[in-house]
Design a protein around this ligand. Structure first.
Ligand code: GLP
Length: 249
């Protein structure tokens, strides 16, 4: 696990966008695993700017998203489908049929999970997985648990995640109680992983991710087992880590 600490959110976003742009330059037809939440917005903003400046193209890229709220229609303003299209896909040249998210409205959830796993396999696996982190250490919607879920599955969201995400909805009661998420196995099979953590409210989770035991009680700690994971954190998120162990960018 490589850790890079930046002065602030903006610097972390710029570096993360550069990593992703380099991935696309190295392999123009790469498969990007994409994340939602407020943290990646700065990255998407920079990537859009690079595209507008003709520095990168997404025309041969495919994408698979980590997760989606169960039964939230794709045109709902808080669906991850809507987020990805309005914040990113509609502003770059990625072909519409090359972007993928779990289908929130699928009639048979078990079948939908199988479809999503097969799709990832069919694309040849994920070359580069972008991750945020929840304040409880979750990645995608893999909540703290005693199990290590392998493939895509439907999860019950924890009260702390519902509480953290209610800021996007008009009230906590509107936050869906379930979500589709890629499993920890799907994430760990990605060839490269970049996790971005910014802000004081991620400090405890980041400390446990980097220095704590490898345990599904802190899902992000399982990334310690992955051979090519980089963590980009700003100083606020890194405040509980020992400064002697990293270089501040
Ligand atoms: C949600 C998403 C995660 C994301 C997390 C943190 O729960 N499913 O993929 O990492 O929120 O979001 P934020 O960046 O808004 O703190």
């Amino acid at each position: 696990m490589k850790l890079i600490v930046t002065r602030n959110y903006e610097e972390a976003s710029t570096l993360a966008a550069n990593y992703m742009a380099a991935q696309i330059l190295m392999k123009p037809n790469c498969v990007l695993g994409l994340a939602t939440g407020s943290t990646p917005l700065g990255i998407y903003h920079h990537l859009i700017k690079m595209y507008q400046d003709h520095r990168i193209t997404f025309r041969s890229v495919s994408s698979v998203n980590l997760d989606e709220y169960y039964q939230l229609p794709p045109d709902h303003p808080q669906s991850y489908h809507h987020y990805m299209h309005s914040e990113f896909f509609n502003q770059i040249d990625i072909p519409a049929d090359a972007t993928h998210l779990p289908n929130a409205l699928a009639e048979d959830p078990a079948q939908e999970c199988r479809r999503y796993d097969r799709l990832i396999d069919h694309l040849g696996g994920i070359d580069f997985q972008l991750l945020g982190i929840g304040a409880n250490g979750h990645i995608a919607f893999n909540e703290p648990s005693d199990d290590i879920p392998n493939g895509t599955h439907l999860v019950d969201l924890t009260e702390s995640t519902i509480d953290a995400n209610k800021r996007f909805f008009s009230s906590a009661s509107e936050v869906p109680r379930k979500a589709y998420t890629m499993g920890i196995g799907s994430i760990l099979r990605a060839r490269k992983i970049l996790l971005i953590a910014t802000g004081t409210n991620k400090a405890q989770a980041l400390q446990e991710t980097v220095c704590g035991p490898v345990t599904p009680r802190v899902p992000a700690s399982l990334l310690q087992l992955h051979g090519d994971t980089t963590i980009l954190a700003d100083r606020e998120a890194a405040q509980l880590l020992d400064e002697r162990n990293f270089h501040v960018n």
